[in-house]
Design a protein around this ligand. Structure first.
Ligand code: NAD
Length: 262
C-alpha cells in the first residue's frame, strides 16, 4: 500500500529525536517528520542503516534535515544526554525474542526491558527540561497491541510494552500543565524487519510454514487481513505532533485492523 497524499502537518522549526530510526517504523517516522519540516536526530545502533536513511533524506531534497547518531540505547546515560533540547521525542527502538518463559534467557529479558522501557524513561527525562522550559513538547511512544494484550512466548516484549504504556500515561499527567503531551501508538503487525524475523521464529516454534504463520497466527485476531505499513504509523505519529492534537494525551491509539475490538 502506498500513501500518496500525506496530511499537511507543518513542523517547521521543530526538532525531533527518533530512536530505532535505522529501519522499519523508526525510519518511516524520521522521514515523515523531516518531510513535515522538522530537523530530525535519528538514533540507532545500526550505523549502516542510519547512513542509508541520511542518504535517502538528502536524495528526497531534504539535505541537512536528518542528522544521525550511532548509539546503543543500553547506554542509558548517553540516551538521556542525547534527548536534551528536543521538541519531539519518538521512543521507537525495540527488539523481540519469541521463546517460552521457561526457556527465556534472563539476560535477554533484562536487555529488552532496558532498551524498551528504561531507555524511554531516560530519554523522556532528558527531553523534559527543554520541553517544560518552552511550554511545548510531544512524546510519541511506539507501543504495540502487546502493550494492551499478551501473547504466549513474548514475556519480555509484552512486559516492556505494558510498562511503556504506564510510563506514557504518567508523562502525560505530569506534562499537561507544561504543554507536553505523551501518547502511545499501538500497531498490530507492521511490515518491518522485526516482523520478518518473528515470522521465521514462529514458524520454527509452531513447526509450520511462514505463510500459515501470517494468516493463522499473526492475523488471526485482525479483522483487516493485511499487515500495516510503517508509513501509516508515521502518519499518525506526525499528527500527534501537530497543534491540532494538543488535547490528545495519555492515550493509547490502536492501529491494529480491529484486533483489540474483540
Ligand atoms: P525493526 O527491527 O525494523 O527496527 C527496530 C530498530 O531498533 C532497529 O533499527 C534496531 O537497530 C533498533 N534497536 C534495537 N535495539 C537497539 C539498541 N539497543 N540501541 C539502539 N537501537 C536499537 O523493528 P520495527 O518493527 O520497526 O519496530 C519498531 C518499534 O515498533 C518497536 O518498538 C516495536 O516493538 C514496535 N512495534 C512493531 C510492530 C511490528 O509489527 N513490526 C508492531 C507493534 C509495535
Amino acid at each position: 500500500m502506498t500513501l500518496t497524499s500525506p496530511s499537511a502537518a507543518d513542523l517547521g522549526g521543530r526538532t525531533a529525536l527518533v530512536t530505532g530510526a535505522a529501519g522499519g517504523i523508526g525510519r518511516a517516522c524520521a522521514l515523515r517528520l523531516a518531510a513535515a519540516g522538522a530537523k530530525v536526530r535519528a538514533v540507532d545502533r545500526d550505523a549502516e542503516g542510519l547512513a542509508a536513511l541520511y542518504d535517502e533524506a538528502a536524495g528526497a531534497g531534504r539535505p541537512g534535515t536528518v542528522e544521525t547518531l550511532v548509539l546503543d540505547l543500553t547506554d542509558l546515560d548517553a540516551a538521556e544526554q542525547a534527548a536534551a533540547g528536543t521538541d519531539i521525542l519518538v521512543n521507537n527502538a525495540g527488539l523481540q525474542l519469541v521463546r517460552p518463559i521457561e526457556d527465556f534467557p534472563p539476560e535477554v529479558f533484562s536487555t529488552v526491558l532496558r532498551v524498551m522501557l528504561e531507555a524511554p524513561f531516560r530519554l523522556i527525562r532528558g527531553a523534559l527540561p527543554h520541553m517544560y522550559g518552552q511550554g511545548w513538547g510531544r512524546i510519541v511512544n511506539v507501543s504495540s497491541v502487546h502493550g494492551l494484550r499478551a501473547s504466549p512466548y513474548k514475556s519480555a516484549y509484552v512486559s516492556a510494552k505494558h510498562g511503556l504504556e504506564g510510563l506514557s500515561k504518567t508523562a502525560a499527567l505530569e506534562g499537561a500543565r507544561h504543554g507536553v503531551t505523551s501518547n502511545c501508538l499501538c500497531p498490530g503487525y507492521v511490515r518491518t524487519p522485526l516482523v520478518e524475523r518473528q515470522i521465521a521464529d514462529q514458524a520454527a516454534a509452531h513447526g509450520i510454514g511462514p505463510e500459515r504463520v501470517v494468516t493463522e497466527i499473526l492475523l488471526a485476531d485482525s479483522a483487516v487481513k493485511r499487515l500495516v505499513e510503517p508509513e501509516e504509523i508515521a502518519e499518525l505519529a506526525v499528527y500527534l505532533c501537530t497543534e491540532q492534537a494538543s488535547f490528545i494525551t495519555g492515550a493509547s491509539l490502536t492501529m491494529d485492523g480491529g484486533w483489540t475490538a474483540h
